[in-house]
Design a protein around this ligand. Structure first.
Ligand SMILES: CC1(C)Nc2nc(N)[nH]c(=O)c2N=C1O
Length: 160
């Protein structure tokens, strides 16, 4: 089994509910009871795009699935939730990004792991630290060294 981390993001059609449904679906990919999920965070869209605020989280779990099988399973969940994404970087009902697959580096046409932007994304790093505070990335950078106060200030933790 491999420990994987998946970023969740949504900014259309009731984002909190979209994430709740996605977490339930991710549990079907996880070995029994290994799934943990961060708090949910609201933040402004990064990337200077005019669109609704996002709700983001990160889930971690153990899986037997191979990288491409996991990618396909994540894309199936996005489709099941009406993956509406009209243009790249446009608003979307649900994004599931594979952040880390064990300690592996994967560079295939469909799949790059670690996820290319994760080290710059507060809406990935802060929730990831909720569930894996002592994580070291495959490039031997500690997660805690990547998180600044500025990053934390960009996010509002949602209290359920
Ligand atoms: C458009 C872009 C880069 N910006 C984002 N901005 C935030 N805050 N959260 C996201 O999940 C997100 N996803 C994206 O793809």
């Amino acid at each position: 089994a491999v420990q994987v981390y998946v970023a969740l993001g949504a900014n259309l059609a009731e984002p909190v509910q979209q994430l709740d449904v996605a977490v339930t679906a991710l549990k079907t990919l996880a070995l029994n009871n290994t799934l943990t999920v961060s708090a949910y965070y609201r933040s402004k869209p990064m990337g200077d795009v005019i669109q609704p605020d996002y709700v983001n989280a990160v889930a971690g779990f153990q899986t037997e699935l191979l990288p491409i099988e996991l990618l396909d399973a994540l894309q199936d969940i996005e489709q099941q939730q009406g993956r509406l994404r009209l243009e790249r970087w446009g608003p979307r009902t649900l994004d599931l990004d594979l952040l880390l697959y064990g300690t592996q580096h994967i560079n295939q046409p469909r799949l790059c792991v670690p996820h290319y932007g994760m080290k710059q994304r507060s809406f990935v790093l802060v929730p990831l630290a909720d569930i894996a505070p002592t994580l070291t990335l495959p490039c031997n950078t500690s997660l805690e060294s990547l998180i600044s106060v500025t990053m934390r200030d960009e996010l509002q933790k949602l209290i359920d």
